[in-house]
Design a protein around this ligand. Structure first.
Ligand code: 13P
Length: 254
């Protein structure tokens, strides 16, 4: 009942030329995508409009990596959900661990952003995940539970089902170290159980992606886990062949 979502988070990499070349190369390697898999690219803000133009008439979706929680106003340097929708974005990544760590984003702020994105029909990809110390001390379930509950606090089932959760253990991001398929499945099932407590059966329709050094070589075993519904991919999404290989793996498992 859940369609795989393979999402590329380009982070702060590449300018317009890089973005254009990467998108052309993805299209070349993957002219058609199976209806059973959703594919999303999230370039830096400055390349969003170009990406939307370039991907027009393809099945690839475009999303942003962040947004401000207000609709408009005196917030120099910020971008609103309304602007992203107007530009043609359908998703927005919220609460990435890099934003939590370097830009001091709190659970409360991420909740406000989630609500605002939903109000504009922009699907949030809400990132959660524990630090290495938290896993070592056995606190990882509590940490992730707090992050999930804060993001979904007070939402209706109709709102909740539009959200995608990305479980990204911080120790696996950009490190080459990946959660084992068992560790990923254990946490994904736990996240789904929290969502079930709040939203009942609708939790079965909420996609939970895995992120943290997902690559062509490990995507298959991760995507085979029953509660892993796709990937949020950093490094490997910057290489067309690697990204397409992960998409193809998801298609073969659909
Ligand atoms: P890497 O795939 O580079 O580990 O990044 C994961 C990530 O942070 C995606 O949002």
């Amino acid at each position: 009942m859940r369609k795989f979502l393979i999402a590329g988070n380009w982070k702060m990499n590449g300018g317009a030329e890089f973005a254009s070349d990467l998108l052309s190369s993805i299209k070349e390697h993957k002219p058609a995508i199976s209806e059973d898999v959703d594919v999303l690219v999230c370039p830096p803000f400055i390349s969003l409009s170009m990406a939307i133009d370039q991907l027009h008439e393809t099945d690839l979706l475009v999303g942003a990596q962040n947004m401000h929680q207000a609709d408009e106003g005196a917030f120099t340097g910020e971008i609103s959900a309304k602007m992203l929708v107007e530009a043609g974005c359908s998703y927005v990544i919220l609460g990435h661990s890099e934003r939590r760590a370097y830009f001091h984003e709190t659970d409360q702020l991420i909740h406000e952003k989630t609500k605002n994105a939903l109000a504009h029909d922009l699907a949030p990809v809400v990132c959660v995940g524990e630090l290495l110390e938290e896993r070592k001390s056995g606190d990882h379930f509590n940490v992730v539970k707090g992050q999930v509950q804060a993001a979904f606090d007070g939402l209706s089932s109709e709102e909740a089902v539009q959200i995608v959760v990305a479980y990204e253990p911080v120790w696996a991001i950009g490190t080459g170290e990946t959660a084992s398929p068992e560790q990923a499945q254990e946490m994904h099932a736990f996240i789904r159980s929290i969502l079930k407590e709040h939203f009942g059966e609708i939790a079965d329709a909420i996609r939970i992606l895995y992120g943290g050094s997902m690559k062509p070589g490990n995507a298959g075993e991760l995507l085979q886990q029953p509660d892993v519904d796709g990937g949020l991919i950093g490094g490997a999404s910057l290489d067309a062949e690697s990204f397409v290989s992960i998409i193809t793996t998801a298609e073969s498992l659909s």
